[in-house]
Ligand binder design. Structure first.
Ligand code: FAD
Length: 584
């Protein structure tokens, strides 16, 4: 594996230690070591992602879940989901969640970032973050076998992360029909979603290179930087805690404790400038708490010495959640057969890598973002709405080429082995419900408590019911446009056209079947401390010198888009701020 070719830099201390070699961690490490001088150590709990070969194949994205490169956490039982516990997947490898995600690339509404700015974060408005979105990405125009798709070349630069369109997407009549059918709910087809207007429908770009293979932060930023003598990346090296030094009332992060590989020894390593947490929205707050930074009561109960009380650590968990209706379709437009028998991948890999083969595309294909009419936002709490709702999308509709989610539920009665399905899906992308992440003991070996609290805010329920009704409108249009559904009632097999008609029934169906989009954000929010903050606008942890957070946990409000784009943007901007602060 390329990891083992990394040149050894055997210093006992480094300028910067980055905890977590995931999406943000590797991007930041690559930028900080560009000068050839600044020394950076990245400690990553997992190994290289290519220990699971299928991670490179976009169409195998769901197969990677539950493999050794996935933490596969389980949430606490969720009352708002009728007591269900969800599997909460997270990348456990170099590349982190960018190595196991659904590859969709988006940025979100300009108004969302302008809201970040108004919440106390000058420098984070759309005009200031757009250059960092550009700097992280290169767009490969679709090749000739791909139907022409519009994109605005000025929105992408020569950045490490590769973006393109999948040929399978463009060759799939179902995907095209889906985008067109969203006009039935007044979501118009648009040419570009990444320029600040995030309302409309199109086939979104994917993080794939010009050979249609996954471009994670491992494949992009890490591959650029791996041979630099001033970068050291240690896989299989979980960090246990941050070492904090107390001196005359001041607290400084001076290093970390980690378990080395393959020795299994507990070692200390020190940072002369900063420790930077990039362990993601679930594990960054977990590690802060294990190190004594967090809510006093939680730390006391877990038997952890309180170095710095901050009730906001682990709070403000915002996430996207979705639900689907399942449609029986002609096998030619579905991934069902591939997912039924994944051994086909080994038997006929060549066939699946054909230009139009299904392994070239993830199961989530095209997307539409709706800003819901004002009367749906029932204004239960005018103050919350005024401050938290920018002019942005509320619902994302997407099209999946399988029966999904495939979870035990009284509603999911029919999933026949030899039948082909697609799913029409709606997700909430501007949720008001908030959950939390916490620790249950003082040990890293106990997984964190993840409490999602989906749909607990009444307005999220109203938006969800509206979205479900729209899915059926879209289905009618879709069935007419693609001429691919099988059987009566536009092919709807779940929940079934005669069931789930009233608002109460719809909400119950959602409670039984909704799952996560894995977009956990905001658990160490960039906000003024008295407004729920853990880091300031330069991502420095309040009350501790030499400690920054650079990952999705700093988002003060979750973007109305998929999350890897905003994470790369944060990492790029953080790199500039850190270089600036240290005059590097
Ligand atoms: C299944 C799935 C599908 C998704 N689909 C999409 C999609 O289609 N499009 C999109 O834009 N976004 C998607 N996302 C979300 C997106 O990938 C994540 O939000 C983003 O990658 C998070 O980046 P991060 O840097 O905050 O954390 P991560 O990339 O998760 O990185 C955290 C890293 O820290 C490491 N770590 C954790 N604890 C420790 C420790 N104690 N010591 C050392 N290392 C540690 C982890 O192993 C990991 O490598 C998806 C996520 C998942 C899980």
């Amino acid at each position: 594996s390329p990891v083992h070719h990394t040149r050894r830099y055997d210093a006992q201390s480094y300028d910067f230690i980055i905890v977590g070699g995931g999406t943000a961690g590797l991007a930041l490490a690559a930028r900080l070591t560009e000068d050839g001088k600044t020394t950076v150590l990245v400690l990553e709990a997992g190994g290289p992602p290519d220990q699971v070969a299928a991670y490179k194949a976009p169409g195998a994205d769901l197969q990677v879940l539950g493999s050794p490169i996935d933490w596969a956490f389980t949430t606490l039982p969720q009352e708002s989901l009728n007591g269900r516990q969800l599997v909460y997947n997270r990348g456990r490898c170099l590349g982190g969640s960018s190595a196991i995600n659904g590859l969709t690339y988006g940025r979100g509404s300009s108004s969302l970032y302008n809201l970040w700015e108004t919440l106390g974060n000058s420098g984070w408005g759309w005009d200031e973050v757009l250059p960092y979105f550009k700097r992280s990405t290169t767009f490969f125009p679709p090749r000739e076998e791909v139907a022409q798709q519009e994109f605005d070349a000025s929105l992408y630069d020569q950045g490490p992360v590769a973006l393109s369109y999948s040929p399978y997407v463009n060759g799939t009549p179902g995907s095209i029909a889906f985008v067109e059918s969203l006009s039935a709910i007044q979501v118009p087809t648009v040419q570009e979603l990444n320029g600040g207007n995030n309302v409309g429908a199109k086939q979104e770009p994917l993080t794939i290179d010009d050979k249609y293979r996954r471009s994670s932060s491992y494949d992009s930023y890490y591959m650029l930087a791996k041979d630099r003598p001033n970068l050291r990346v240690l896989p299989f090296s979980p960090v246990q805690q941050i070492i904090l030094q107390e001196d005359a009332g001041n607290l400084t992060a001076i290093g970390v404790v980690y378990i080395d590989h393959p020795g299994g020894r507990t070692l200390n390593v020190t940072a002369t400038k900063e420790v930077i947490m990039s362990a993601g929205s679930i594990q960054t707050p977990q590690l802060l708490m294990l190190s004594g930074i967090g809510p006093t009561e939680t730390l006391n109960e877990a038997g952890i010495k309180v170095y710095l009380a901050n009730e906001n650590v682990g709070q403000n968990l915002q996430d996207h959640t979705y639900f689907s209706i399942n449609i029986e379709v002609d096998p030619s437009i579905s991934h069902s057969s591939l997912y039924r028998d994944f051994s086909k991948l080994q038997q006929a890999e060549q066939e699946y890598w054909e230009p139009k083969g299904p392994l070239r595309a993830p199961v989530g294909l095209s997307y539409g973002f709706e800003k819901v009419p004002a009367d749906v936002l029932i204004s239960l709490n005018a103050t919350t709405l005024a401050s938290e709702r920018p002019n942005q999308a509320h619902i994302e509709y997407y099209y999946e080429t399988i029966y999904y989610p495939n979870i035990p539920s009284p509603y999911y009665l029919r999933h026949e082995y030899n039948t082909s399905y697609v799913s029409l899906t709606a997700g909430l992308v501007a949720p008001l419900s908030k959950g939390s992440v916490s620790v249950r003991s003082n040990s890293l070996s106990d997984p964190p408590d993840i409490d999602l609290q989906y749909y607990t805010h009444p307005e999220d329920q109203a938006v969800a019911v509206h979205a479900f009704k729209n899915l059926r409108r879209v289905l009618a249009e879709f069935a007419a446009a693609c001429n691919c559904t099988v059987g009566a009632n536009h092919g709807e097999v779940n929940p079934g056209p005669d069931k789930v008609r009233t608002d109460e029934q719809i909400m119950e169906y959602i409670r039984e079947t909704a799952v996560t989009v894995w977009h956990a954000s905001g658990t160490c929010a960039m906000l003024p401390r008295e407004k729920g903050g853990v880091v300031d606008k330069r991502l420095r942890v309040y009350g501790v010198e030499g400690l920054r957070i650079v990952d999705a946990s700093v988002f003060p409000v979750i973007p109305d888009q998929h999350k890897q784009g905003p994470v790369y943007m944060v990492a790029e901007k953080a790199a500039d701020m850190i270089k600036d602060d240290w005059r590097l």
